[in-house]
Write a protein of this length. Structure first.
Length: 410
């Protein structure tokens, strides 16, 4: 967290460091062409790469986004978002016998660091060949711990500070847990191994538990009707309620083995102020409040929450299947994203990191035109599979988030 005394210092030096004055929404990053869209933004903005735009008041949140194309960290810089979220594929990076391939991780680090962004990396499964999926045996957990320790050490050697790692993704869905029925106790064993690995390298490492899918129910579990609804929505044979999963983690001894609880409080079609008790399946941004309440009930209210994914899905003519009911207009996406940051900043002192999903998944060619991932993006291309070099397009949320007042922390 930056000392408050530095705020004045940073705000006094721009006159010396101004490089250019250009329309803020249309500054092109390296090797990108940019096409203007009808978005609401002041006519001009000063390009000041070392200051957070809209810096206002005491520090509170870490502002970040999930990034697909690493060079687009440039746009996070322009937005005044201090963090980029990247991904580490365990199977691809762990070559066995203590050997690792860090090429992809290094490329992300280089790009993020070149634009002055701090970094959160999610450790993804599946595990390497020969390791159980998920890794449940003592040898599998030891292999995971060694991998996380090596990853943390490598990041530290590259000057990454702080080292911040998220342990897995949505393990309360069976297809994220190797096809097994989700188990909070099994996941807690993996979380402990990852925590011990990261801390063995860097005692100051930030270890975030896996963001959970909002599957509904209470801390006691899902009713039969809620179970059927969640299975149908997530197209998963087996799911575990997110609140019950958090309680199960505490029951299995997870307290003290994460620096922050990971959360995925997607907003569904609702505004960020929607009461989650009135939202279908609890699918509302304020679901995070109910997750934090479980933490409090377990005496862990001093531990923060990191929203490692959250966002709103833009309306499209594509059939997005079970996500169709999520669709909102581009303007609603913009309003809801800004509103979410403002709501959390005002009402949630326990919320620390907030990573919108997503910055730019709509710009890369490995998602099909109608892939749901594309329609959460605030930067996109018309059809990158057909032509990956078409101009970048910016939804209204890009300018709105750029101009949003921020109280950046970390």
């Amino acid at each position: 967290m930056k000392p408050a005394s530095l705020v004045g210092f940073f705000l006094l030096i721009p006159v010396v460091l101004v490089l250019a004055v250009v329309p803020a929404a249309f500054q092109a990053g390296p090797a990108d062409s940019v096409q203007a869209r009808a978005i609401s933004t002041p006519a001009f903005s000063v390009y000041l790469p070392i200051i957070m735009k809209g810096h206002s008041g005491p520090a509170h949140l870490a502002y970040g986004a999930n990034v697909a194309e690493r060079s687009h960290a440039y746009y996070l810089q322009q937005m005044g978002f201090g963090w980029a979220k990247g991904f580490v594929e365990w199977r691809n990076a762990d070559l066995g016998s203590g050997s690792y391939n860090w090429a992809d991780l290094d490329n992300q680090v280089l790009a993020f660091a070149s634009y002055g962004r701090k970094m959160l990396f999610r450790i993804n499964g599946p595990p390497p060949a020969g390791v159980g999926n998920p890794p449940l045996s003592p040898s599998g957990l030891s292999r995971f711990q060694a991998f996380v320790q090596a990853a943390a050490a490598h990041l530290k050697s590259k000057g990454v500070d702080p080292v911040a790692l998220e342990m897995w993704n949505e393990p309360n869905l069976d297809y994220e847990w190797g096809g097994r029925a989700p188990s909070a106790a099994e996941y807690t064993a993996l979380l402990k191994a990852g925590y011990n690995g990261a801390k063995a390298t860097d005692s100051n490492a930030i270890v975030v538990s896996a963001g959970l899918a909002t599957t509904g129910g209470t801390a006691s579990g899902l009713t039969a009707e809620e179970q059927m609804s969640a299975q149908a929505y997530f197209q998963a044979p087996t799911v575990a309620g997110d609140l019950a999963f958090i309680q199960g983690m505490y029951d299995a001894g997870a307290r003290g083995y994460f620096s922050a609880l990971g959360s995925h409080p997607y907003g569904g079609p609702y505004p960020p102020t929607q009461d989650p008790t009135t939202a279908s399946g609890g699918m509302a941004f304020r679901r995070a409040e109910q997750q934090y309440a479980v933490m409090q009930s377990n005496g862990d209210g001093a531990t923060p929450v990191w929203a490692t994914e959250f966002g709103w899905l833009v309306n499209t003519g594509c059939d997005l299947g079970y996500h169709n009911w999520f669709k909102v207009t581009e303007q609603q996406q913009s309003d809801y994203l800004v509103g979410a940051y403002q709501y959390a900043d005002t009402n949630w002192p326990w919320m620390a990191g907030m990573f919108l999903f997503n910055l730019d998944f709509g710009t890369v060619p490995w998602y099909t035109y109608c892939d749901t991932m594309r329609w959460f993006s605030i930067i996109y291309r018309e059809n990158p599979q057909a032509d990956p070099n078409t101009p970048l397009l910016f939804r209204p949320a890009y300018a709105a988030l750029t101009n949003m007042a921020k109280r950046p922390a970390f």
